[in-house]
Design a binder for this molecule. Structure first.
Ligand code: SF4
Ligand code: SF4
Length: 227
């Protein structure tokens, strides 16, 4: 699939998810940024979209902030969600992920605002909570919402199955280099050379039995996505 088609699908996935989130009763509101940490992860497709659609005004600041965040403490995922699903299906224990406690703020956050809010990756969109995280120190997410979040993570990774996943800083550093974007569009980006991990196709959806019926309308919307 070419990059234009992938981006069109990604936009529709975001739109379906944003509509789903709008139907939830959440404490999330503008300038609430406790969840904006250096733990955000995403796919190369999402990073490509961010770099590709930055306006000339925001471009310089975003690229500069990402370049100067090279040494920041951040969460680097060990395996992707679809790889985790494969291991679970095989009955194999996944590698342990490092905890994401005590991470600094996202290097893009500026004055409690996200400079790429409309372009923010799925990993930011799905950070939601029923109560204010700043008051309790953690987010409270309904089990069904967690299941929906996992399905969307798996779907986005599947669309980008010949790409990579990683931390926001590493992905945006990689995607801000012309040579890497060209390699990515030719399905030739080297994940580990850019401190990223390879994406996997979706083989098994991780939906608990008790959520399957309730999830069906969302799944149907995903199935109806057109390029
Ligand atoms: S997840 Fe928590 S910190 Fe983030 S916007 Fe929602 S309530 Fe605020
Ligand atoms: S990219 Fe934007 S929404 Fe996501 S963590 Fe950073 S500042 Fe927050």
């Amino acid at each position: 699939m070419d990059i234009t088609s992938k981006l069109k699908i990604l936009d529709q996935i975001y739109s379906i998810y944003d509509n789903f989130v709008d139907s939830l009763d959440l404490a999330c509101k503008k300038y609430c940024d406790h969840c904006c940490t250096s733990g955000v992860t995403l796919t190369t497709l999402e990073g490509y979209k961010i770099i590709d659609r930055l306006t000339s005004d925001t471009n310089t600041d975003v690229i500069q902030n990402i370049q100067s965040a090279s040494q920041i403490k951040r969460l680097r995922p060990q395996i992707t969600t679809n790889r985790l699903a494969q291991l679970c299906a095989q009955g194999v224990d996944p590698p342990e992920e490092a905890d994401n406690l005590d991470l600094p703020a996202c290097p893009l956050l500026s004055d409690h605002k996200c400079p790429i809010f409309e372009l923010r990756p799925y990993g930011c969109r799905c950070l939601v909570s029923r109560h204010n995280c700043a008051e309790k120190g953690y987010a409270e997410i309904d089990d069904f919402v967690l299941s929906v979040n996992t399905v969307f993570l798996q779907t986005i990774e599947h669309i980008d199955a010949d790409g990579c996943s990683g931390n926001l800083v590493d992905i945006l550093q990689a995607m801000s280099v012309d040579k890497n974007r060209k390699a990515y569009c030719s399905s030739a980006l080297h994940c580990s050379a850019n401190k990223l991990i390879p994406n996997q196709p979706l083989e098994v959806l991780m939906i608990p039995p008790e959520h399957r019926t309730k999830m069906e309308p969302v799944l149907q919307e995903l199935r109806e996505i057109k390029v």
